[in-house]
Write a new protein. Sequence first.
Length: 256
Amino acid sequence: MTSMTTATSITTEEIVQEIVAKVCTTANLLEVRDIEPFDVALFLQQVGASALQVVSTHEGPVSTVIEKWHPVDCSKQTTQFDLHTDGLYRYRVPDIVALYCENPGRGDSPTRFVDTRPACRELESRGVMSTLRRSQIAYIGRDGRHFPSDLVQRHPVSGEEVLNLGARGYICPMFDGGYAPSIREITEAVSEMYASLDRAVVLSHRWAKGQMVVCDNYTYVHGRDAHSPDTERTLLRFWFSVKARETPESQVTGKS
């Protein structure tokens, strides 16, 4: 069963200690915390001094999720954003995603967090995983480049199967000279996959000012439920990885 803690107050130093303790030993990191006041510089400093390292987004060490009416960057929109793994344009995705709420706006755009492990187990019982294991997700970046990676992966700590998803892209068969699933097989398997994911929601979080949600980016996919733009809603997004898992290739932001 997923271990999750409801929102309680915590200091900037304490949240870093909590993240390190869990992400290095389990696959269950999903925490909701109240941090007020929140010092971004101190937070990044504490992370850098720990077993973690900051992973830069395209905006730097912190990115702002806010309505900017951008046609392709979903972080600069506040409307619907389907389930996804963060950082698919990188050689290795970040281990951790942290979202901090500066302004909840109207408060009617919750973020969903889905545990992909029970979805994988359900799909295995339905005979679907063999097709998904032979499939890739090709994420399409903001510049139109395609970044392929395996749809089914292994969690770096637990070894459990997890799903690697992108909101913008397509799913295609692996082609290495072996069996390649057909279009029909992939279409049917992906349809069942999303039905299983919809049943595996563990948190639908309605934001309040000063709250942070931290999640394992391998175990959980997340997405935004919204039906109209919210120009006041503002989140800060941070990516971190465990230093011991990083390689020089991990810093590369192109896999195609």
